[in-house]
Ligand binder design. Structure first.
Ligand code: MV4
Length: 503
């Protein structure tokens, strides 16, 4: 194990990593901006280095300053947390060149998976089911039209350099495609300096299910089950849970095994997440692989009893995996709510300020990850995540009740300060969510309920719980996914009769 690790992050995840280091007897260096000088992670660190002003670009994204801080303090490894430099292959490379262990996969693997089009091609080769679409990027609008004609509308134009929901446009018809193609390319050029795009069939009203994997530097890997992250608004997750609810055990097993196979096939190491969309028929479609510890990792920790940051540090130090697959037993249900300092009544605009009151919940099976405290000044410079409340219970109903109880205790107040807690509690009361049958369409429905006369009232679904599927925005994908009557595309590898998917 390392003697000293540099934590290149801030907020709750910097504290999370710091605590893991302390439990393992590893000394910590916390680098920070001027705005975070008296933050909790800085106060609890063994050593600190101020690396720049409040602006992230000059501090938490400043690779040269971080590497210099590691040199000055003698840190052997860098834990990047999530966000910031956590998926920056160039930063991982710079760490390696300076003799620092980056806690994450090798730079080449990060670069390959960071290119979403390359990731798609690699996973197709490993036999993972993909949404129908192009594997290569598409140099002209005519190419995009060809692919869209083959897979059927709606389609989604995605930037190869995007990911996490950034740089994508949904297109409903051929008439819209050329403009959407041009717009997505131009936006990708501005956002990522890379304008390559590809096209997939758009899978509406699916569930977002991801699999946690953990791989060592010796070719071994395990999976730690699934998480459902379908409760999202504009690609920001609000509530996450483990395991993914209301799926057949066979679907969960397939997802987990498929995810691990994909990760191992590209030499992935460390903690990673393989994202899928799961449609109504429980067909699974690979989306992307995230090369970092994720915000929602606590729900996996609560159902497995495994400390993912401990394991990340062990594998980064070169230790072979200490767990076999049979050592991973899922127990009960965990649910996490992100508490963002945002105003749901103002389109979730950041609502930062000083916290005059801050009283996090407690009680049995209730975990709060936060850097907040009374008097803390929430800065407008950074992400609005203030806390995560995660609970465990033997079953899903118990976990949802417990989360509602915990959120009811949470007091966060200050001038101008608003939080997403009331909105999250609305989600917890939603019938489709309660039944575990919600999809990524849930939040939009709560925010913008369909007109009363558009909702069928005569024939409610038999289980009374599928309200969010009453009025699909686009046709049911089962109805027209396969216009030519070919074998269902997601069940078949890319070569052979479905080679058209590899354009
Ligand atoms: C999609 C999709 C539908 N069809 N790809 C969003 C996050 C990024 N990982 C990929 N995303 C999506 N990709 C196809 N072919 C829908 C989404 C998507 C989404 C996914 C999960 C959770 C919420 C979402 C909200 C909008 C779009």
């Amino acid at each position: 194990m390392f003697d000293k690790v540099l934590i290149a992050n801030r907020g709750e995840i910097a504290l999370r990593v710091l605590r893991a280091c302390r439990e393992l007897g590893v000394r910590t260096v916390v680098v920070h901006s001027s705005a975070d000088a008296d933050s909790l992670p800085v106060r609890l660190a063994d050593e600190t280095v101020q690396i720049g002003p409040a602006s992230s670009r000059q501090s938490y994204l400043n690779a040269a300053a971080i590497v210099e801080a590691a040199r000055q303090t003698g840190a052997q490894a860098v834990h990047p947390g999530y966000g910031f430099l956590s998926e920056d292959a160039d930063f991982a490379e710079i760490c390696a060149e300076n003799g620092l262990t980056f806690v994450g996969p090798p730079p080449q693997v990060m670069a390959a998976l960071g290119d979403k089009s390359t990731a798609r091609a690699l996973m197709s080769r490993a036999g993972l089911p993909l949404p129908p679409g192009s594997v290569r990027t598409l140099p002209t609008a005519a190419d995009a039209l060809d692919v869209a004609a083959e897979v059927g509308y709606p389609v989604i134009v995605k930037a190869a350099a995007g990911g996490g929901g950034r740089g994508m446009t949904v297109v409903r018809s051929a008439a819209e495609l050329p403009r959407a193609y041009a717009r997505t390319r131009a936006a990708a050029q501005v956002a990522f300096g890379d304008d390559r795009v590809y096209v997939e069939r758009y899978l509406a009203d699916a569930r977002h299910v991801e699999v946690q994997v953990l791989c060592d530097n010796h070719g071994n890997g395990i999976h730690l089950g699934t998480r459902d992250c379908s409760v999202q608004r504009r690609h920001q997750k609000l509530i996450e849970e483990a395991p993914a609810p209301a799926l057949r055990p066979a679907t969960l097993d397939t997802l987990a095994e498929t995810a691990l196979r994909g990760a191992l096939s590209v030499g992935f190491t460390g903690a990673g997440t393989v994202e899928f969309l799961v449609d109504e028929a429980e067909r699974c479609h690979f989306l992307e692989i995230n090369c970092r510890i994720q915000v929602e990792h606590p729900v996996t920790e609560l159902v497995t009893g495994i400390d993912l940051v401990h394991e990340q540090l062990h594998v980064a130090a070169g230790t072979p995996l200490r767990l076999r697959q049979e050592d991973v037993q899922l127990r009960g249900v965990a649910v996490e709510c992100r508490v963002n300092v945002e105003d749901p009544d103002r389109d979730f605009a950041p609502a930062p300020g000083r916290l005059d009151r801050f009283r996090p919940p407690g009680g049995p099976f209730t975990r709060v990850d936060t850097h907040g405290h009374v008097g803390y000044l929430v800065s407008p410079h950074y992400d609005s995540l203030l806390a995560k409340v995660a609970v465990w219970a033997p079953d899903r109903d118990g976990a949802l009740d417990r989360l509602d109880r915990a959120l009811g205790e949470f007091e966060v107040a200050g001038p101008g300060v608003r939080t997403t807690i009331p909105f999250a509690r609305r989600v917890l009361r939603d019938a489709a969510f309660r039944a575990g049958r919600h999809t990524t369409a849930l939040v939009e429905r709560l925010l913008h309920p369909p007109a009363a006369d558009a909702v069928p009232v005569a024939a409610p679904p038999p289980n009374g719980a599928a309200a969010d599927r009453a009025a699909p925005a686009v046709p049911d994908i089962r109805a027209d996914a396969d216009p030519a009557g070919r074998t269902p595309v997601t069940a078949v590898p890319a070569a052979g009769p479905n080679a058209w998917r590899n354009r």
